[in-house]
Design a protein around this ligand. Structure first.
Ligand code: 2AM
Length: 207
């Protein structure tokens, strides 16, 4: 019994928590933070905010991945990325998942061309073929700004909703996307630390 438990622990220790995402340029991350500083201050006790340098556009959350699978994931990413031409994304407005009435995640929407959806779909089906769990929710491109703490009351939910609806944000900025990345995520006491494991270039416009 004891041996089994320690073997399980050894196995899980060697796994990586991984995801595939588009990086957001530092000046856009800064603009988002500047424009949302009021919102963040007002809701600080109710929301865990994502550190500015961690803002990213997730395409696929893979969860626990064995180190021996990383090579396959790199190959997957290289093949899917080289099929899609570089594209531009634009910041859109603030929102909340699953709804404004029941806010769990506060996000900034991303306006993206069909190429982003095609990239996400390609990555989703290739990772399903490799045995990773499918994402049931439809893809909705966003940057997660913060996650609402557990056990907020109905009154606090209402406060979050009003803050999101009431804030005027001038979210300008667009970013050229020319690559997509595989990240390792480590849950540390100070928050998640993301490390890029691999970057795959998208197809150049003239290729
Ligand atoms: P999000 O932007 O939609 O919140 C890295 O942890 C990223 O993977 C997060 O930013 C999150 O994307 C996504 N993620 C984390 N845990 C997840 C889970 N259990 N299911 C789906 N996506 C998850």
């Amino acid at each position: 019994m004891h041996l089994e438990a320690s073997r399980d622990r050894t196995i899980s220790m060697s796994m990586l928590r991984a995801f595939i995402a588009v990086e957001i340029p530092a000046e856009i991350q800064q603009n988002v933070y500047k424009e949302t500083s009021h919102l963040r201050k007002g809701l600080d006790s109710l929301v865990r905010w994502v550190p500015v340098e961690n803002l990213h556009l997730t395409l696929k959350f893979l969860g626990d991945v064995s180190p021996s699978s990383v090579e396959f994931l790199m190959q997957l990413l290289r093949i899917e990325a080289e099929a899609i031409q570089c594209f531009t994304i634009h910041l859109a407005g603030l929102g909340s998942f699953p709804s404004l009435k029941r806010p769990r995640v506060i996000y900034i929407g991303i306006q993206a061309p069909a190429a982003l959806d095609a990239l996400q779909r390609g990555i989703e089906s290739a990772s399903r073929r490799l045995g990773y769990e499918s994402e049931e929710r439809p893809f909705s491109a966003h940057l997660t700004l913060g996650r609402v703490k557990q056990n907020v009351t109905a009154v606090e939910q209402q406060k979050i909703r009003q803050a999101i609806e009431g804030i005027q944000v001038d979210l300008h900025g667009s970013a050229r996307v020319d690559s997509v990345h595989l990240y390792k995520s480590e849950l540390k006491p100070g928050g998640s630390v993301y490390t890029r494991l691999y970057s795959a270039p998208l197809k150049k416009a003239n290729q």
